[in-house]
Design a protein around this ligand. Structure first.
Ligand code: GYE
Length: 329
Protein backbone atom coordinates (compact mmCIF):
# COMPACT_ATOMS: atom_id res chain seq x y z
CA UNK A 1 0.00 0.00 0.00
CA UNK A 2 2.93 2.36 0.51
CA UNK A 3 6.10 2.97 -1.47
CA UNK A 4 9.07 1.34 0.12
CA UNK A 5 12.76 1.65 -0.75
CA UNK A 6 15.38 -0.97 -1.46
CA UNK A 7 16.71 -0.97 2.10
CA UNK A 8 13.22 -1.63 3.32
CA UNK A 9 12.81 -4.55 0.92
CA UNK A 10 16.00 -6.04 2.29
CA UNK A 11 14.72 -5.53 5.81
CA UNK A 12 11.52 -7.31 4.86
CA UNK A 13 13.46 -10.30 3.55
CA UNK A 14 15.21 -10.54 6.89
CA UNK A 15 12.12 -10.03 9.00
CA UNK A 16 9.29 -11.91 7.35
CA UNK A 17 8.69 -15.21 9.07
CA UNK A 18 5.88 -17.70 8.98
CA UNK A 19 2.83 -17.08 6.87
CA UNK A 20 1.83 -14.00 4.96
CA UNK A 21 5.11 -13.23 3.18
CA UNK A 22 4.63 -11.19 0.00
CA UNK A 23 5.94 -12.99 -3.03
CA UNK A 24 6.53 -11.68 -6.55
CA UNK A 25 3.17 -11.76 -8.33
CA UNK A 26 2.55 -13.62 -11.55
CA UNK A 27 0.16 -11.34 -13.35
CA UNK A 28 -1.26 -7.87 -13.14
CA UNK A 29 -4.60 -8.86 -11.63
CA UNK A 30 -2.96 -10.78 -8.83
CA UNK A 31 -0.73 -7.77 -8.25
CA UNK A 32 -3.77 -5.50 -8.08
CA UNK A 33 -5.44 -7.86 -5.58
CA UNK A 34 -2.32 -7.96 -3.41
CA UNK A 35 -2.16 -4.19 -3.45
CA UNK A 36 -5.38 -4.16 -1.43
CA UNK A 37 -3.85 -6.28 1.29
CA UNK A 38 -2.35 -4.59 4.30
CA UNK A 39 1.01 -5.12 5.92
CA UNK A 40 0.81 -5.69 9.66
CA UNK A 41 3.83 -5.63 11.95
CA UNK A 42 3.19 -7.82 14.98
CA UNK A 43 5.48 -8.02 18.01
CA UNK A 44 4.79 -11.02 20.22
CA UNK A 45 6.25 -10.83 23.72
CA UNK A 46 7.62 -14.34 24.17
CA UNK A 47 7.08 -18.07 24.58
CA UNK A 48 6.33 -18.31 28.30
CA UNK A 49 3.25 -20.55 28.24
CA UNK A 50 1.00 -22.79 26.17
CA UNK A 51 -1.40 -19.82 26.13
CA UNK A 52 1.24 -17.70 24.42
CA UNK A 53 2.00 -20.35 21.80
CA UNK A 54 -1.71 -20.68 21.01
CA UNK A 55 -1.98 -16.90 20.78
CA UNK A 56 0.92 -16.72 18.28
CA UNK A 57 -0.65 -19.48 16.18
CA UNK A 58 -3.97 -17.69 16.22
CA UNK A 59 -2.37 -14.46 14.94
CA UNK A 60 -0.49 -16.24 12.14
CA UNK A 61 -3.45 -18.34 11.00
CA UNK A 62 -5.85 -15.40 11.09
CA UNK A 63 -3.45 -13.27 9.03
CA UNK A 64 -3.34 -15.95 6.36
CA UNK A 65 -7.13 -16.30 6.34
CA UNK A 66 -7.62 -12.55 6.07
CA UNK A 67 -4.96 -12.09 3.36
CA UNK A 68 -2.99 -9.83 5.69
CA UNK A 69 0.78 -9.78 5.13
CA UNK A 70 2.41 -10.31 8.49
CA UNK A 71 5.80 -9.21 9.75
CA UNK A 72 6.05 -11.30 12.90
CA UNK A 73 8.70 -10.87 15.57
CA UNK A 74 9.04 -12.67 18.91
CA UNK A 75 10.79 -10.70 21.68
CA UNK A 76 11.60 -13.68 23.91
CA UNK A 77 10.40 -11.98 27.09
CA UNK A 78 12.46 -8.81 26.61
CA UNK A 79 10.88 -5.37 26.40
CA UNK A 80 13.88 -3.86 24.56
CA UNK A 81 13.47 -6.49 21.84
CA UNK A 82 9.82 -5.52 21.47
CA UNK A 83 10.84 -1.86 21.14
CA UNK A 84 13.43 -2.83 18.51
CA UNK A 85 10.83 -4.82 16.57
CA UNK A 86 8.39 -1.90 16.62
CA UNK A 87 11.15 0.43 15.38
CA UNK A 88 11.84 -1.95 12.49
CA UNK A 89 8.13 -1.95 11.59
CA UNK A 90 8.21 1.86 11.57
CA UNK A 91 11.32 1.87 9.37
CA UNK A 92 9.57 -0.45 6.97
CA UNK A 93 6.45 1.75 6.95
CA UNK A 94 3.98 -1.04 7.70
CA UNK A 95 0.31 -0.08 7.49
CA UNK A 96 -0.50 -1.03 11.09
CA UNK A 97 1.50 -2.11 14.15
CA UNK A 98 0.07 -4.54 16.71
CA UNK A 99 1.88 -5.76 19.78
CA UNK A 100 1.33 -7.57 23.04
CA UNK A 101 3.21 -5.42 25.59
CA UNK A 102 5.12 -7.53 28.09
CA UNK A 103 4.70 -4.83 30.77
CA UNK A 104 2.51 -1.74 30.88
CA UNK A 105 5.10 1.02 31.19
CA UNK A 106 8.01 2.30 29.09
CA UNK A 107 6.38 2.56 25.65
CA UNK A 108 5.82 6.30 25.23
CA UNK A 109 8.91 7.06 23.10
CA UNK A 110 8.43 4.28 20.59
CA UNK A 111 4.68 4.90 20.39
CA UNK A 112 5.39 8.58 19.70
CA UNK A 113 7.72 7.50 16.88
CA UNK A 114 4.92 5.38 15.38
CA UNK A 115 2.49 8.28 15.71
CA UNK A 116 4.94 10.68 14.04
CA UNK A 117 5.28 8.18 11.18
CA UNK A 118 1.47 8.09 10.85
CA UNK A 119 1.21 4.37 11.70
CA UNK A 120 -1.75 3.34 13.87
CA UNK A 121 -0.98 1.02 16.80
CA UNK A 122 -3.20 -1.67 18.29
CA UNK A 123 -2.29 -3.34 21.57
CA UNK A 124 -3.32 -6.98 21.74
CA UNK A 125 -3.77 -9.19 24.83
CA UNK A 126 -2.08 -6.70 27.21
CA UNK A 127 -2.32 -2.96 27.70
CA UNK A 128 0.04 0.00 27.93
CA UNK A 129 0.03 2.69 30.59
CA UNK A 130 0.62 6.11 29.06
CA UNK A 131 -0.10 9.73 29.85
CA UNK A 132 -1.09 10.29 26.22
CA UNK A 133 -3.96 8.07 25.15
CA UNK A 134 -3.62 9.25 21.55
CA UNK A 135 -0.43 7.18 21.24
CA UNK A 136 -2.41 4.03 20.45
CA UNK A 137 -5.71 3.39 18.69
CA UNK A 138 -7.16 0.63 20.82
CA UNK A 139 -6.86 -2.63 22.72
CA UNK A 140 -8.18 -6.12 21.98
CA UNK A 141 -7.96 -8.89 24.56
CA UNK A 142 -9.42 -10.15 27.82
CA UNK A 143 -11.04 -8.41 30.76
CA UNK A 144 -8.50 -9.48 33.38
CA UNK A 145 -10.16 -7.57 36.20
CA UNK A 146 -13.36 -9.58 35.71
CA UNK A 147 -11.29 -12.77 35.60
CA UNK A 148 -9.87 -11.87 39.03
CA UNK A 149 -13.34 -11.06 40.34
CA UNK A 150 -14.64 -14.42 39.14
CA UNK A 151 -11.77 -16.20 40.89
CA UNK A 152 -12.68 -14.52 44.19
CA UNK A 153 -16.40 -15.13 43.70
CA UNK A 154 -15.79 -18.84 43.15
CA UNK A 155 -13.88 -19.04 46.43
CA UNK A 156 -16.62 -17.23 48.35
CA UNK A 157 -19.19 -19.60 46.85
CA UNK A 158 -17.13 -22.69 47.69
CA UNK A 159 -16.52 -21.53 51.26
CA UNK A 160 -20.25 -20.86 51.69
CA UNK A 161 -21.46 -24.13 50.13
CA UNK A 162 -18.99 -26.28 52.08
CA UNK A 163 -19.03 -24.21 55.24
CA UNK A 164 -15.25 -23.94 55.17
CA UNK A 165 -14.45 -21.36 57.85
CA UNK A 166 -11.04 -19.65 58.00
CA UNK A 167 -8.96 -20.02 54.81
CA UNK A 168 -5.33 -19.04 54.19
CA UNK A 169 -4.80 -18.04 50.57
CA UNK A 170 -1.56 -17.72 48.61
CA UNK A 171 -1.33 -16.09 45.22
CA UNK A 172 1.07 -16.86 42.37
CA UNK A 173 1.07 -13.75 40.25
CA UNK A 174 2.19 -13.26 36.67
CA UNK A 175 4.91 -10.99 35.29
CA UNK A 176 5.17 -7.89 37.49
CA UNK A 177 3.74 -4.72 35.90
CA UNK A 178 1.92 -6.71 33.20
CA UNK A 179 -1.79 -6.05 32.68
CA UNK A 180 -3.01 -9.58 33.51
CA UNK A 181 -0.91 -9.61 36.69
CA UNK A 182 -2.15 -6.20 37.87
CA UNK A 183 -5.81 -6.71 37.04
CA UNK A 184 -6.14 -10.35 38.10
CA UNK A 185 -4.67 -9.33 41.46
CA UNK A 186 -6.98 -6.33 41.82
CA UNK A 187 -10.17 -8.14 40.79
CA UNK A 188 -9.50 -10.97 43.23
CA UNK A 189 -8.76 -8.59 46.12
CA UNK A 190 -11.90 -6.58 45.40
CA UNK A 191 -14.01 -9.74 45.31
CA UNK A 192 -12.83 -11.08 48.66
CA UNK A 193 -12.64 -7.71 50.45
CA UNK A 194 -14.84 -7.79 53.53
CA UNK A 195 -14.90 -11.61 53.74
CA UNK A 196 -13.67 -12.07 57.31
CA UNK A 197 -12.74 -15.74 56.82
CA UNK A 198 -10.59 -15.27 53.70
CA UNK A 199 -6.98 -14.32 54.41
CA UNK A 200 -4.58 -13.56 51.54
CA UNK A 201 -1.37 -14.36 53.40
CA UNK A 202 1.21 -14.08 50.60
CA UNK A 203 1.74 -13.32 46.92
CA UNK A 204 4.78 -14.24 44.81
CA UNK A 205 5.48 -13.65 41.14
CA UNK A 206 6.12 -16.80 39.13
CA UNK A 207 6.39 -14.75 35.91
CA UNK A 208 3.74 -16.91 34.19
CA UNK A 209 6.33 -19.74 33.98
CA UNK A 210 5.80 -23.35 35.00
CA UNK A 211 9.24 -23.91 36.64
CA UNK A 212 8.90 -20.66 38.61
CA UNK A 213 5.41 -21.67 39.70
CA UNK A 214 6.90 -24.82 41.17
CA UNK A 215 9.77 -22.97 42.85
CA UNK A 216 7.46 -20.37 44.40
CA UNK A 217 5.08 -23.03 45.70
CA UNK A 218 7.97 -24.84 47.36
CA UNK A 219 9.04 -21.63 49.09
CA UNK A 220 5.49 -20.94 50.24
CA UNK A 221 5.07 -24.48 51.57
CA UNK A 222 8.22 -24.08 53.63
CA UNK A 223 7.19 -20.68 54.89
CA UNK A 224 3.62 -21.46 56.02
CA UNK A 225 2.28 -24.23 58.15
CA UNK A 226 -1.16 -24.06 56.62
CA UNK A 227 -2.12 -23.10 53.07
CA UNK A 228 -5.75 -23.75 52.15
CA UNK A 229 -6.07 -22.03 48.80
CA UNK A 230 -3.86 -21.34 45.80
CA UNK A 231 -4.96 -18.60 43.40
CA UNK A 232 -2.65 -18.73 40.38
CA UNK A 233 -2.64 -16.19 37.53
CA UNK A 234 -2.03 -18.81 34.84
CA UNK A 235 -2.16 -22.54 34.17
CA UNK A 236 1.56 -22.89 33.52
CA UNK A 237 2.40 -21.77 37.08
CA UNK A 238 -0.48 -23.86 38.41
CA UNK A 239 0.92 -27.01 36.82
CA UNK A 240 4.30 -26.30 38.44
CA UNK A 241 2.67 -25.60 41.80
CA UNK A 242 0.63 -28.81 41.63
CA UNK A 243 3.86 -30.77 41.13
CA UNK A 244 5.33 -29.08 44.23
CA UNK A 245 2.20 -29.85 46.29
CA UNK A 246 2.23 -33.49 45.27
CA UNK A 247 5.93 -33.80 46.05
CA UNK A 248 5.13 -32.43 49.51
CA UNK A 249 2.52 -35.18 49.95
CA UNK A 250 -0.47 -32.87 49.63
CA UNK A 251 -3.57 -33.50 47.52
CA UNK A 252 -4.26 -30.60 45.15
CA UNK A 253 -7.97 -29.88 44.90
CA UNK A 254 -8.61 -31.46 48.33
CA UNK A 255 -5.95 -30.36 50.82
CA UNK A 256 -5.43 -27.16 48.86
CA UNK A 257 -8.18 -25.52 46.80
CA UNK A 258 -6.78 -24.59 43.39
CA UNK A 259 -8.08 -21.69 41.29
CA UNK A 260 -6.30 -21.04 37.98
CA UNK A 261 -6.64 -18.77 34.96
CA UNK A 262 -6.38 -19.58 31.20
CA UNK A 263 -8.08 -22.89 30.49
CA UNK A 264 -5.52 -24.91 28.58
CA UNK A 265 -6.47 -28.56 28.02
CA UNK A 266 -4.14 -29.77 30.80
CA UNK A 267 -5.97 -27.58 33.33
CA UNK A 268 -9.40 -28.70 32.19
CA UNK A 269 -8.24 -32.32 32.48
CA UNK A 270 -7.08 -31.69 36.06
CA UNK A 271 -10.42 -30.02 36.84
CA UNK A 272 -12.14 -33.22 35.69
CA UNK A 273 -9.75 -35.25 37.87
CA UNK A 274 -10.54 -33.11 40.92
CA UNK A 275 -7.03 -31.68 41.25
CA UNK A 276 -8.16 -28.19 40.23
CA UNK A 277 -11.36 -26.67 41.61
CA UNK A 278 -11.93 -23.76 39.26
CA UNK A 279 -10.61 -22.65 35.86
CA UNK A 280 -11.19 -19.06 34.77
CA UNK A 281 -11.12 -18.96 31.00
CA UNK A 282 -8.84 -16.52 29.17
CA UNK A 283 -8.94 -16.91 25.39
CA UNK A 284 -5.73 -16.83 23.37
CA UNK A 285 -7.58 -17.15 20.05
CA UNK A 286 -7.99 -13.47 19.25
CA UNK A 287 -6.30 -13.50 15.82
CA UNK A 288 -9.43 -12.93 13.72
CA UNK A 289 -10.44 -9.89 15.77
CA UNK A 290 -6.89 -8.51 15.56
CA UNK A 291 -7.01 -8.75 11.74
CA UNK A 292 -10.45 -7.16 11.55
CA UNK A 293 -9.36 -4.21 13.68
CA UNK A 294 -6.05 -3.84 11.83
CA UNK A 295 -7.88 -3.70 8.50
CA UNK A 296 -10.20 -1.01 9.83
CA UNK A 297 -7.26 1.02 11.08
CA UNK A 298 -5.48 0.69 7.73
CA UNK A 299 -8.64 1.97 6.05
CA UNK A 300 -8.60 5.00 8.34
CA UNK A 301 -11.68 3.89 10.29
CA UNK A 302 -12.22 4.40 14.01
CA UNK A 303 -12.11 1.34 16.27
CA UNK A 304 -13.40 0.92 19.83
CA UNK A 305 -10.84 1.77 22.53
CA UNK A 306 -11.36 -1.66 24.09
CA UNK A 307 -12.63 -4.89 22.56
CA UNK A 308 -13.01 -7.74 25.05
CA UNK A 309 -13.30 -11.48 24.41
CA UNK A 310 -16.25 -13.34 25.90
CA UNK A 311 -15.08 -15.81 28.51
CA UNK A 312 -16.45 -18.48 30.83
CA UNK A 313 -15.73 -19.98 34.23
CA UNK A 314 -15.45 -23.75 34.64
CA UNK A 315 -15.82 -25.17 38.14
CA UNK A 316 -16.02 -28.45 40.00
CA UNK A 317 -19.73 -27.75 40.50
CA UNK A 318 -20.51 -27.74 36.76
CA UNK A 319 -22.94 -30.51 35.88
CA UNK A 320 -21.18 -31.83 32.80
CA UNK A 321 -17.47 -31.19 32.59
CA UNK A 322 -17.18 -33.81 29.85
CA UNK A 323 -19.12 -31.59 27.49
CA UNK A 324 -16.41 -28.91 27.47
CA UNK A 325 -15.17 -28.86 23.87
CA UNK A 326 -11.45 -29.57 23.29
CA UNK A 327 -9.52 -26.42 24.12
CA UNK A 328 -7.15 -26.59 21.17
CA UNK A 329 -4.02 -25.88 23.22
O1 GYE B 1 -2.75 -15.74 31.01
C1 GYE B 1 -0.55 -16.38 30.44
C2 GYE B 1 0.40 -15.78 29.47
O2 GYE B 1 -1.26 -12.15 28.78
C3 GYE B 1 -3.35 -13.19 29.11
O3 GYE B 1 0.11 -14.40 29.47
C4 GYE B 1 -1.91 -13.37 28.87
C5 GYE B 1 -1.20 -14.23 29.88
C6 GYE B 1 -1.76 -15.63 30.05
O4 GYE B 1 1.66 -16.13 29.65
O5 GYE B 1 -0.64 -17.76 30.35
Amino acid sequence: MKRRGMAAVLALCMLLTGCGARRPTEDASEEAAQDQSILLGFSQLGWESAWRLANSESIKEAAERAGVSLMYENAEQKQDRQIKAIRSFIAYQVDVIAFSPIVETGWDNVLQEAKDAGIPVLTTDRMVETGDESLYAGFIGSDFYTEGLHAGEFLIEKARRENLGELNIVELSGTLDSTPMLQRAEGFRDAIAGQQNLHLIDSMSGDFLRPKGKECMKVLLEKYERIDVLYSHNDAMTLGAIAALEEAGLKPGEDVIIITVDGEQAAIDLLKEGKINCVIECKPQIGDMVMELAQKLAAGEEIPRCTYSEEQVFTEYDADLDSIPPRGY
